[in-house]
Write a protein that binds this ligand. Structure first.
Ligand code: NAP
Length: 368
C-alpha cells in the first residue's frame, strides 16, 4: 500500500473521536512494518491518550524500524499527556509520515524538528487537505481563541422556517433530522434566541445513540425565558447558560436554583453582545457552536461576524404566507450586489431533502 492509503486509514480512525476530543483535535495513527499494519489508534476523548500513543499501545510486535502514519504533527510539549515525540523516539520508529502541521504555536513545526534532530525521517503533508479539513474547528479555535460557529436552519423551498402561525416542527424529514443530531454531538455547544424558546419550547439536546449533549446557550437579554421552559427544567442534567444583559441579580435565583448558569454580558443594539459572548465561551474551552436561532439571532450573528459556516436544510415544500418567517431577519441588505458572500458550497441529498453547506467569505457585507 502507498503512503496515501495508510493515511486514509489514519483519517478514518481519527474521525471516530468526533464529538469527544474537544477542544483538542481528532487524531488517528497507523503503525506499519514490512508492509503490515501492526498497530493503530485514535485520540478517543479529551484528556485521554493521543492517537500516536494509542497506536503504540496497540502494537502486537515491536515497532522498532516501523513507519508511523499520523494525521497531525506529533506534539512535543506536555499538556494533559506527555509529549508524543518522546514516545515515538523511545519506540524505535524510523520514519514518521504526517498530514497536517499543528497550528498550535506551542507545537507548530517543533514536533517535526525534534524528530528530525533525533535522526527520524519525517515526510510531511500527505493528504494535507483532508487532514486539515477534518480539524477545521480546531484550526479556527487555536488561531482565533473563539468558537467556530455553524448557523443551521431548516426551510421550505420558498424560504420559510416556520408557518404563518409560527410552527416549525417538522420541516424536514427523518434523514435530515438525524444529521442535525450528529452535529449536536459533533459541536460543543448549541445556541438559540429566547424567541425560539418562547415559540417552540425546544429541548436542544442530542438524540443520537451514545451522543453527547452540547452545552445549551440561550441569548435572552431581558431574562424572558419561562422558568418552566424545557431548557430550564432539564438544566441539572444538561449544562445550560442564559446569556443576558439583565443585571438585576434577584431575578437570577429561580434559574440558578434550577441548575442554569447566568452569564451577564454587555448589550449591543440587537441584545446580548455576541462578540463578547464568543470571546468568553472560547476562554472557557468551548471550541464550536451550532447556532439554531430564529431569524433575529441569525441576522445579529452574521452581522457581528461570529458565523463561519452556514447549513441550509431545504425541504421540497412551500408554506407561503407573507408573515411566515425566513431564516435571516434583521434589517437586511438593500442591494443585490451586497449581502454576506458564501463560498465552497456543497450539496448533500438527505432522503427527500437537501443540505447546502457553505463557508462565510470573510464576512464581506455592505449596503448600496
Ligand atoms: N426552522 C428552523 O430551522 C428554525 C430554527 C429556530 C427557530 N425557528 C423559528 O423561528 C421563530 C423564532 O424566531 P425569532 O427571530 O423570533 O427568535 P430568535 O432569533 O430565536 O430569538 C430572538 C430573540 O433573542 C434575543 N436576543 C438576545 N440577544 C440577541 C442578539 N444579540 N441578537 C438578536 N436577538 C437577541 C432577543 O430577545 P430579547 O431582546 O428579549 O433578548 C430577540 O428577540 C420561531 O417561529 C421558531 O419556530 C425555526
Amino acid at each position: 500500500m502507498k503512503d496515501e492509503e495508510y493515511m486514509k486509514l489514519a483519517l478514518e480512525l481519527a474521525g471516530r473521536g468526533v464529538g469527544r476530543t474537544s477542544p483538542n483535535p481528532m487524531v488517528g495513527a497507523v503503525i506499519v512494518k514490512a508492509g503490515r499494519v501492526i498497530g493503530q489508534g485514535w485520540h478517543r476523548r479529551y484528556g485521554g491518550l493521543h492517537g500516536e500513543r494509542e497506536a503504540l499501545a496497540d502494537c502486537r510486535e515491536s515497532p522498532r524500524g516501523a513507519v508511523l502514519y499520523v494525521t497531525l504533527e506529533p506534539c512535543c510539549h506536555t499538556g494533559k499527556q506527555p509529549p508524543c515525540t518522546e514516545a515515538i523516539l523511545e519506540s524505535g520508529i524510523s520514519r514518521v509520515v504526517t498530514g497536517s502541521r499543528d497550528p498550535n504555536p506551542l507545537v507548530s513545526g517543533k514536533g517535526i524538528k525534534y524528530l528530525r534532530d533525533h535522526g527520524i525521517q519525517v515526510d510531511e503533508g500527505i493528504l494535507k487537505d483532508e487532514c486539515d479539513g477534518l480539524n477545521y474547528v480546531f484550526f479556527h479555535y487555536i488561531s482565533t481563541g473563539r468558537p467556530y460557529v455553524v448557523m443551521k436552519y431548516a426551510m421550505t423551498m420558498d424560504g420559510k422556517i416556520a408557518t404563518r402561525t409560527g410552527q416549525s416542527q417538522w420541516i424536514t424529514g427523518e434523514n435530515a433530522r438525524r444529521r442535525v443530531h450528529e452535529d449536536r454531538h459533533r459541536y460543543s455547544a448549541i445556541m438559540a434566541g429566547v424567541g425560539t424558546v418562547l415559540q417552540d419550547n425546544p429541548s436542544l439536546t442530542c438524540r443520537m445513540e451514545h451522543g453527547v449533549n452540547p452545552v445549551r446557550i440561550i441569548c435572552d437579554s431581558r431574562l424572558r425565558t419561562p422558568v418552566d421552559a424545557e431548557v430550564v427544567l432539564t438544566a441539572r442534567s444538561v449544562p445550560t447558560i442564559l446569556a443576558t444583559c439583565c443585571r438585576e441579580e434577584g431575578r437570577y435565583k429561580p434559574y440558578v436554583n434550577a441548575g442554569c448558569r447566568i452569564l451577564p454580558l454587555p448589550s449591543t443594539e440587537g441584545g446580548v453582545d455576541l462578540k463578547e459572548l464568543t470571546n468568553r465561551l472560547g476562554r472557557e474551552g468551548i471550541d464550536s457552536i451550532l447556532l439554531e436561532g430564529g431569524g433575529t439571532l441569525n441576522w445579529s450573528s452574521l452581522e457581528s461576524g461570529i458565523v463561519s459556516r452556514v447549513q441550509a436544510y431545504i425541504a421540497p415544500k412551500i408554506f407561503g404566507g407573507g408573515a411566515a418567517k425566513s431564516p435571516v431577519g434583521g434589517l437586511g441588505t438593500s442591494c443585490p450586489d451586497h449581502g454576506f458572500r458564501l463560498k465552497n458550497s456543497r450539496v448533500t441529498a438527505l432522503g427527500g431533502d437537501f443540505l447546502i453547506e457553505s463557508e462565510v467569505d470573510n464576512h464581506v457585507y455592505g449596503n448600496c
